[in-house]
Write a protein of this length. Structure first.
Length: 304
């Protein structure tokens, strides 16, 4: 016997029910959740039963002590949280149009651009263009490239090792990576060294999720080595302090090394790996380049 396919309309869920279900998970009882969303207990119970019927799964275990999500309910709660967050983002962005803004430019960039080159340029741009907002996110160049191709970003600042075919590309700035070393260490007076040599020693780095950390982890895996990080920190200034204290070595953009290093306690050494000498590119899709806000930000970056 062939079962009729479930219609797409059967899966439609009212966003208010997502709020209600999330409130039940948060408060632990349907009574408290109903009060939180300004419903009567009877109305809340009816909506929850209808929600279970729509999803085809029992979402809550009900008892005199309260309501606890089932395995299906916990999965539903995770999705509800994401959907509600996206809806909130949608409302905020649409409100900006209602307030007279032309829109928001979604900009993705690597770690060096985010921390070193971008803030000053972006500050001038935002002051000069009060009708535009910029949503900035740090990602590795590979991830940013993928987001551009999928249409979930308007503009990307990428390192030139990625394949930018099909995109509108402008060269921007040099992005040279160097080793920041403690003055006292096993490296002697070497004027350059390979990343593989650093991997034999303790390291100091950024968080695992940063674009630079992801890039360096990829390079380390190609050499068959696993980096040993003594500590991971949130910024290059903190990394420089750890290196100066002798905790370990670090790989950072040359501009950050020059700004934060202490010549008495640290030294900057060039990396001999070819991937350490790269250029940052301003990248857009052809469709994005036609948008006024996107092209204006790209022009501001290029002119800097």
């Amino acid at each position: 016997m062939v079962t009729a396919a479930r219609r797409t309309t059967d899966y439609r869920v009212d966003p208010f029910d997502l709020h209600l279900f999330s409130a039940v998970v948060e408060h632990g009882t349907i009574t408290s959740a109903a009060e939180a969303v300004n419903l009567s207990l009877a109305a809340a119970s009816a909506r929850l039963k209808a929600l279970e019927a729509a999803t085809g799964a029992r979402l809550l275990d009900r008892s005199k002590a309260g309501a606890v999500p089932t395995d299906a309910g916990r999965a539903f709660a995770r999705h509800a949280s994401r959907v509600l967050a996206e809806l909130e983002s949608l409302h905020v962005e649409m409100a900006s149009f209602g307030n007279g803004l032309r829109g928001t430019v979604r900009l993705l960039c690597n770690t060096a651009a985010m921390s070193e080159a971008l803030p000053r340029v972006l500050g001038h741009f935002l002051v000069s263009n009060p009708e535009l907002d910029v949503d900035v996110q740090e990602l590795s160049s590979d991830a940013a490239l993928d987001a551009l191709r999928r249409g979930t970003a308007d503009l990307g600042i990428l390192a030139d090792y990625v394949d930018t075919s099909g995109l509108v590309v402008q060269p921007w700035k040099d992005d040279r990576l160097v080793a920041l070393l403690p003055r006292r260490g096993p490296w002697g007076s070497q004027r350059s060294l390979a990343f593989g040599e650093l991997l034999q020693h303790p390291l100091v780095g950024l968080s695992r999720d940063s674009g630079l950390s992801r890039f360096l982890a990829s390079q380390a895996s190609r050499s068959g080595r696993v980096p040993r990080h003594r500590v991971r920190l949130g910024g290059f200034d903190a990394i420089a302090h750890m290196v100066a204290a002798g905790v370990g070595a670090a790989v950072v953009p040359e501009s950050a090394a020059s700004r934060f290093s202490d010549p008495k306690k640290t030294r900057i050494v060039a990396l001999s790996d070819t991937w350490a000498r790269r250029k940052l590119l301003i990248c857009m899709t052809p469709q994005g380049a036609e948008l006024t806000g996107v092209s204006a930000l790209a022009e501001a970056l290029a002119s800097s």
